[in-house]
Design a protein around this ligand. Structure first.
Ligand code: GLU
Length: 446
């Protein structure tokens, strides 16, 4: 069967068997188009049906969460854990609490996570989980009770050698603390079953910063390869969460000029670039302020622009760090027309198919999240090994390991992504991860 007909057959099989899951189909389409040519020249891959097997999750756990809010009302939410692939290590991936969470979103994230984790070179399989619970406007006590109720079910499905969740959107340090506290009491075991923990109870230095810092280390590799540098480059960042703010911090430290941050209500713009102090202030106050970016403009100057995204701002570099499909074909055109030369994803799948196509046509370096935001899960892998040894490494040592891992991912993308003079980072990442996973699958048999 040709690549094209195999592609069509697989995608229509997925759409028929798993209807109404557009994000999942989108993530599969993006990867499968790149890996089929490699699949076709390896008889053993075909023999083991590796592509179809890699596209479907090994297991999906779905459960209901009953918990009591501050008004003594009992609320009901759905929880899931998608254990996509355990070929190369324990299932590994974050938990997301957001009203948009459903099986399509979690299946796309778990699928992407599997390829991302393979790129890190560490022994981690791929998973994702979470709930359609909206934590906005909830009290701290409500968050704690929700996390406890969530773990009441999840604890039986995870463990340091089974499945190791971490944070994702709306699951940060506080939630991880409550989730871990519940796990420890339910299991009566102190072990590395969750990453992103506080330093006091098994957490790792650099974990909080890792996704954002790793994104900028990847940017440095990309710039070096293109004989360019960060100094005075205009950088547009979307998002104002952990990834966006730590990316902004590291970029600023390396003399890049970060001119925007954003949230679901609009964006913050500063022509002179944010200072380290301003970013540190945003990190310190993001929980207590209703709209930390608006408050940033009030306290430090710069503009708050309501109901708009930052993609029309003139820039050299764009780092989408908010959420999936936040940057579409029109946004990509606007970025390109305004001189954007590099796009690196801090979020998971923030660029739509159309946007990716526009960057590919313009042949500018475009690095997909599974490569450029892998620093977070890489540090999770290092947290797991520290937990297994009951030892803690220093900040500097881990920061160096993060740089090394990002550099190795960059090298894999360059090696596999050569496309007549242009580096197709997406294809490079997809093929490099696929080779590792397919080799493991064949070796382990059916
Ligand atoms: N949620 C993060 C990601 O998308 C981190 C996952 C983890 O550390 O397990 O990669």
């Amino acid at each position: 069967m040709s690549n094209e007909s195999q592609y069509d057959t697989l995608i229509s099989w997925l759409e028929t068997n798993y209807p109404n899951e557009p994000e999942y189909h989108q993530a599969v389409r993006e990867i499968v188009k790149d890996i089929l040519p490699v699949y076709h020249v390896h008889d053993e891959y075909k023999q083991h049906n590796v592509v179809t097997r890699l596209c479907v999750p090994e297991r999906i756990i779905q459960f209901s969460i009953f918990w009591q809010n501050d008004n003594n009302e009992v609320e009901v939410h759905q929880g899931w854990r998608v254990q996509h692939c355990g070929l190369i290590g324990p299932y590994k991936g974050g938990l997301r609490f957001h009203p948009t969470v459903n099986t399509s979103i979690l299946k796309f994230l778990a699928f992407e996570q599997t390829f991302k984790n393979a790129l890190t070179g560490l022994p981690m399989g791929g998973a994702k989980g979470g709930s359609n619970f909206n934590p906005k406007g909830r009290s701290d006590a409500e968050i704690m009770r929700f996390c406890q109720a969530f773990m009441m079910e999840l604890h039986r499905h995870i463990g340091p050698n089974t499945d190791v969740p971490a944070g994702d959107i709306n699951v940060g340090n506080r939630e991880i603390g409550y989730l871990y506290g519940a796990y420890r009491r339910l299991e009566n075991r102190f072990e590395g079953a969750i990453t992103g923990k506080h330093l006091e109870f098994g957490g790792s230095h650099v974990r909080t910063e890792a996704t954002g810092f790793g994104l900028i280390y990847m940017l440095q590799c990309v710039l070096d390869t293109h004989e360019d540098s960060m100094a005075a480059k205009r950088i547009v960042i979307s998002g104002a969460g952990n990834v966006a703010l730590h990316a902004a911090l590291k970029a600023t430290e390396l003399e890049g000029k970060v001119i925007t941050l954003s949230n679901s209500r609009g964006y913050y713009f500063n022509e002179n670039g944010l200072s380290q102090d301003m970013i540190q202030w945003a990190i310190a106050n993001k929980k207590s302020e209703d709209n930390v970016l608006c408050a940033l403009a009030d306290n430090y100057g710069g503009e708050w622009i309501s109901d708009k995204t930052p993609w029309n701002v003139k820039t050299d570099i764009a780092l989408p760090c908010a959420t999936q499909n936040e940057l579409d074909g029109e946004d990509a055109k606007a970025l390109l027309n305004n001189g954007c030369q590099y796009v690196l994803e801090g979020a998971n799948m923030p660029c739509t198919d159309d946007a990716q196509r526009a960057f590919a046509e313009a042949q500018i370096p475009y690095v997909p999240g599974k490569a450029s935001n892998a620093g977070g899960v890489a540090l999770s892998g290092l947290e797991m090994s520290q937990n297994a040894k009951f030892r803690r490494s220093s900040f500097d040592k881990l920061d160096q390991s993060l740089k090394d891992i990002m550099q190795s991912i960059h090298e894999q993308c360059v090696e596999e992504g050569q496309d007549s003079g242009w580096i197709n980072y997406s294809r490079g990442a997809n093929i490099a991860a696929f080779r590792r996973l397919a080799t493991a699958m064949v070796a382990q048999g059916v």
